[in-house]
Design a protein around this ligand. Structure first.
Ligand code: FE
Length: 212
């Protein structure tokens, strides 16, 4: 099994912007939306633009519902692991790309998630934070594996905001979670790739934004 030191996966924090949005009060997440169609579309890479630094699927990352627990104004940080917080440590990292596989610097990723018991902090900013992709379009976030809560499998919410472009709001899922198949929002196109790492897990996901 591949093991990578968590410290090697961390990137230097960069200046970022806060996302905006609203959290409708009292809404239930994950109970109203129909299941997104599971696509078996080929993931053949599209033609790369001149100067493209990496390959990618070329398939835009699917959007998902924001849910009721987004809160604007999260702190800028690359670690959501506050002192003493319980849960399995995981470093989530990857790239933000265009459909022609250009790696995008300066993209703000705003994450929010439940704690290991499936509870969101709606009063403060525990397990909420945003960061910005570096010059190679890479990001890295230290956090914990979220817990399940009623109606939902394990997931991490994120808004991906490239300057001057529409915000992509979506969710990331964990392979092998027992409840994935019972969650109407689960989409296998949004599965993290997860391996064991020193002190926890290392997970990767490349976001592909819907423009070239
Ligand atoms: Fe949620």
């Amino acid at each position: 099994m591949r093991r990578a030191p968590l410290a090697a996966l961390l990137l230097t924090p960069l200046v970022g912007l806060a996302c905006t949005g609203s959290a409708p009060a009292g809404a239930r997440e994950g109970v109203a939306a129909p299941s997104p169609a599971v696509s078996n579309t080929s993931l053949a890479p599209s033609a790369q633009a001149p100067g493209a630094a990496a390959t990618c699927s070329g398939q835009p990352t699917p959007a998902e519902t924001e849910g009721p627990y987004f809160k604007a104004g999260s702190p800028e940080r690359t670690s959501l692991v506050d002192s003493g917080i319980p849960g399995t440590r995981v470093v989530v990292s990857g790239r933000v790309l265009t459909m022609d596989c250009r790696q995008l610097a300066g993209v703000v990723l705003d994450f929010w998630q439940a704690d290991a018991s499936g509870v969101y902090d709606n009063a403060g900013y525990r397990l909420r934070g945003h960061l910005t992709t570096d010059g190679d379009g890479r990001y890295s976030l230290q956090t914990i594996v979220p817990g399940e809560y009623p109606g939902r499998t394990q997931h991490i919410h994120v808004k991906v905001e490239a300057p001057g472009k529409p915000v992509l709001t979506t969710q990331l899922y964990f392979p092998g979670s027992a409840r994935n198949q019972q969650d109407s929002l689960f989409n296998p196109a949004l599965l993290l790739q997860v391996v064991d790492a020193q002190g926890g897990k290392a997970a990767t996901f490349d976001f592909v934004l819907n423009f070239r």
